[in-house]
Design a protein around this ligand. Structure first.
Ligand SMILES: [Zn+2]
Length: 231
């Protein structure tokens, strides 16, 4: 069994983009570790009806993230404690060293993060940049490790937007893990409350979720089995 680490910017990134994959990895017996750069305290959504103030949102979203990680079966959550909307201001040395130490401690077989600039939000691009540099250092001593970027689209067209050295598009079938993903979506109440499709009947909500999640292999050995992130 392997350790897989996700490195993200905000609470909910792990669930909304790759929750089915983490639930599947955990159910298959892998150790899933999530590192989240911020507590998402600058998010525009404060809940419907209002659940938080600007001052209390960070603590509430941290709690939501803990609940979501529990729903997905995440083994360890690490909060890096950076400020929301300011990840690009984190000194590179400090951010890279921090993640490199975490990689050295956890020895992940695979790391999943955002691509810069395809991750979109400036915080996403910034944490992806730090994680990519940290991974390059980590890989010097761990040649078999792999780095994946989150793919937003679901087809080869999305993959082709990725610059080299993108090696492969990995399609992970998460159909059997949509219920866990839904529970994690619902745990991120302040962010998902406006989304009616999430809060109707559980069966309908599960039915509407994506069947697959997509990742781009960027560094590390080719995969022997399609549809996995670990071998
Ligand atoms: Zn985000």
């Amino acid at each position: 069994m392997a350790t897989v680490m996700g490195v993200f910017a905000h609470p909910d990134d792990e669930t909304f983009i790759a929750g089915g994959t983490f639930a599947r990895l955990a159910a298959e017996g892998h150790r899933v570790v999530i590192a989240c750069a911020t507590r998402g305290e600058m998010g525009r959504r404060l809940g419907v009806p209002l659940r938080a103030t600007r001052e209390s949102l960070g603590a509430l979203r941290e709690q939501e993230l803990r609940e979501a990680c529990a729903a997905l079966g995440v083994s360890r959550l690490v909060l890096l404690g950076y400020r929301d909307k300011e990840v690009e201001m984190v000194p590179e040395d400090e951010g890279v060293s921090r993640l490199e130490s975490l990689f050295a401690e956890e020895r992940p077989a695979s790391v999943i993060t955002f691509h810069d600039p395809l991750g979109g939000h400036p915080d996403h691009a910034a944490i992806g940049r730090l994680a990519t540099s940290a991974f390059a250092r980590y890989r010097r001593m761990n040649e078999g490790a792999r780095l994946f970027y989150l793919a937003w689209g679901d087809d080869l067209a999305a993959f082709r937007r990725y610059p080299q050295p993108a090696k492969a598009l990995v399609e992970v079938d998460v159909r059997a893990y949509r219920r866990q993903k839904l529970l994690a979506f619902r745990a991120h109440r302040t962010q998902s409350e406006l989304d009616g499709a999430i809060w109707g009947s559980e069966e309908k909500a599960v039915h509407r979720m994506r069947h697959c999640e997509y990742f781009v292999l960027s560094q590390g050995p080719s995969l022997r089995r399609p549809g996995t992130l670990t071998d």
